[in-house]
Design a protein around this ligand. Structure first.
Ligand code: 5AD
Ligand code: SF4
Length: 473
C-alpha cells in the first residue's frame, strides 16, 4: 500500500475535489496517512481567493524542503486554484515540488504520479486560460470527474457535497475564481441524479448542491431547460435522502419559483447563503456585482414572504478599493436590517489577474480593514446571539453529525459524548448524547444559546400510560 497525505484548504468545492482525488488514488492502491513524514505522496489542495491562503501553502511547502532533500522519492504535489493560477511559478518558489495540477485536471493525478515514479520529472496539468482556445476546448479543459466518491473523506458519512455547476461567469472585479475554475457550466441533470442515487446507496442522508452561483444553474438540452428548482424536485424523490441544501446563491438569481420550491419540498433546507458583499451601491458597482442595495432588500423581502422560516447567511468584503467610512456604515446598516443568521467577513485582498487589481487602487489601509472587519463581526454576532435566544424552550429537528469538537478535544471515550448536529435552517446544536445517534434525525429541546451554537437536550421518551399503569396484583 502506498501512503497518501492530503491537506485541504478553501471552499467546499475543494473539500469535494479532495474526496474525488482520494477515491481515484485508493483505486491505485493508496491509503491515507496522518503526516507528510509517513507519506509516499503529499498533496496540497489550495485556494487563491485571498493572498493569505496562498502564502500559507508556500510556507507549508517550505517546511517540506528538508524532508524532500532526505527522501527524494517522496512526491510533493500542489493541486487546486493556486496551482491553476501560479502554474510553473510554483516550481520557481518551491523547486522540489513534483506536480502542479489545476482543479479542472484532477482526473489526471494517478497517471501523472505514475509518470513521476517512472522518472518523468516534474509534471504540470492545468486548464486552458480563458481566450486561449475555442470556447468548447476551454470548457472541456475545466471539467472534473465527479462520480468517483469516497465516503471516508466526507465531513461525515451521511453528508455529501454534489457539484451541479463548474466555474463562474460573473467576473466580480475582486474575484479570481472565474480564472481558476473557468467558464460556468451546469452538469447534466441525469448525471447529477445518478450521483445522488449513488450517494443515497452509500448511506448519505444530506446532499448539498455546490456551485459558485448555484441558483444560476442552467442546463439546456434541445428545447428543455433544467434549473436548480427542477434538480431539487428530481433529487427530492431519491429514497434515503432526507435533506437537501444548496450553496452559494447569487442574489440576482433568487427567483420566486426557486423559493416556492424550497417552501414546498419538505426535504429542502430553509437555509440560504446569498452573499451581499457590501451595503453601498458605489462599492457594489465597482465590484460589478450586478445588483443594487435595493435589489438585495427586494430579494430578502421575497425570501421572507415565500419562506418565512428561512435563515439567510451572507459574505462581506470590507476595505474594497475606495470604500469610505460612509460606504462601510451602509454595510453595517444592511447587516442590521437583514439580520443574517451569520456572515462570513473578509478583508479585501488584491488578486493579480482580476479586473479589480488593474482598475482600482487597494487604498484602504490594513488597520482600517481590520477595524471594519471587527466592527461588522461584532454587529453580526449580536444579531446571531439575539436570534438564537429565540430558540430557548423550542424543539428543533437535528440531523446528528457526530461527537462535537469539544468532545474530541476532551478525548471523551465510550458511547456517551457531547454530540453535534444541525437544524433544517443550518443552526449548530450540541447536547449530551450517544454516539449511536449519529446519522439520525432527532428532536432536541433547546435550553441555552450563544451566537454560534444552540445547546439542548434530547427529550427522554414519553412514558406511555399503559406501561406506567401496571395492574396492581
Ligand atoms: N478578497 C477578499 N475576499 C474575497 N472573496 C472573494 N474574493 C476576495 C478577495 N479578493 C470573498 C467573497 C466571497 C468569499 C468566498 O470570499 O466574500 O463570497
Ligand atoms: Fe467570484 Fe463573483 Fe463568481 Fe462568486 S459570483 S465566484 S464572487 S466572480
Amino acid at each position: 500500500m502506498k501512503q497518501l497525505y492530503i491537506e485541504t484548504v478553501g471552499c467546499q468545492m475543494n473539500v469535494l475535489d479532495s474526496e474525488m482525488v482520494v477515491a481515484s488514488l485508493r483505486k491505485q492502491g493508496y491509503e491515507l496517512c496522518g503526516s507528510p513524514a509517513a507519506a509516499d505522496t503529499i498533496l496540497f489542495n489550495t485556494c487563491s481567493v485571498r493572498e493569505h491562503a496562498e502564502e500559507k501553502v508556500y510556507a507549508n511547502l517550505a517546511k517540506l524542503k528538508q524532508l524532500k532533500a532526505s527522501h527524494p522519492e517522496k512526491i510533493i504535489g500542489v493541486m487546486g486554484c493556486m496551482a491553476q493560477k501560479d502554474q510553473r511559478l510554483v516550481f520557481e518558489r518551491a523547486p522540489y515540488v513534483d506536480l502542479v495540477v489545476g482543479p479542472g485536471q484532477l482526473q489526471r493525478i494517478p497517471e501523472l504520479l505514475s509518470q513521476i515514479q517512472l522518472g518523468g520529472g516534474q509534471q504540470v496539468a492545468v486548464s486552458l486560460v480563458r481566450k486561449d482556445g475555442y470556447q468548447e476546448q476551454i470548457r472541456r479543459s475545466h471539467e472534473t470527474f465527479d462520480p468517483l466518491r469516497d465516503p471516508t473523506m466526507r465531513p461525515t458519512p451521511f453528508q455529501a457535497y454534489l457539484r451541479i455547476q463548474i466555474g463562474c461567469d460573473k467576473f466580480c472585479t475582486y474575484c479570481i475564481v472565474p480564472m481558476t475554475r473557468g467558464p460556468e457550466q451546469g452538469r447534466p441533470p441525469q448525471v447529477i441524479l445518478a450521483e445522488a442515487q449513488e450517494l443515497a446507496r452509500q448511506g448519505c442522508k444530506e446532499i448539498t448542491f455546490l456551485g459558485q452561483t448555484v441558483n444560476s444553474y442552467k442546463f439546456v438540452e434541445g428545447d428543455k431547460v433544467t434549473r436548480l428548482a427542477d434538480l431539487l424536485e428530481m433529487v427530492h424523490e431519491v429514497e434515503g435522502i432526507e435533506r437537501l441544501k444548496f450553496v452559494t446563491s447569487y442574489p440576482k438569481d433568487m427567483t420566486k419559483r426557486l423559493l416556492e420550491t424550497v417552501r414546498d419540498l419538505p426535504k429542502c433546507s430553509t437555509y440560504l447563503n446569498a452573499p451581499a458583499q457590501s451595503g453601498s451601491d458605489a462599492v457594489l458597482k465597482r465590484m460589478k456585482r450586478g445588483y443594487t442595495v435595493s435589489d438585495y432588500y427586494a430579494m430578502m423581502d421575497r425570501i421572507h414572504e415565500i419562506v418565512p422560516e428561512a435563515s439567510v447567511s451572507s459574505d462581506f468584503i470590507v476595505g474594497f478599493c475606495g470604500e469610505t467610512e460612509q460606504d462601510f456604515q451602509q454595510t453595517v446598516q444592511l447587516v442590521e436590517r437583514c439580520r443574517f443568521k451569520n456572515s462570513f467577513i473578509f478583508k479585501y485582498s488584491v488578486r493579480p489577474g482580476t479586473r479589480g487589481a488593474t482598475l482600482y487602487e487597494d487604498d484602504v489601509p490594513e488597520e482600517v480593514k481590520i477595524r471594519r472587519n471587527n466592527e461588522l463581526l461584532a454587529v453580526q454576532n449580536e444579531i446571531s446571539q439575539a436570534d438564537n435566544l429565540k430558540f430557548l424552550g423550542r424543539r428543533v429537528e437535528v440531523l446528528v453529525e457526530g461527537p462535537s469538537k469539544m468532545s474530541i478535544k476532551r478525548d471523551e471515550q465510550g458511547p456517551i459524548r457531547q454530540m453535534t448536529g444541525r437544524t433544517n435552517c443550518d443552526r449548530i446544536v450540541v447536547w449530551e448524547g450517544n454516539e449511536r445517534q449519529a446519522g439520525n434525525l432527532l428532536s432536541v429541546l433547546i435550553h441555552d444559546a450563544s451566537s454560534h451554537t444552540l445547546f439542548g437536550a434530547v427529550e427522554t421518551m414519553e412514558v406511555q400510560p399503559d406501561v406506567v399503569a401496571l395492574p396492581s396484583l
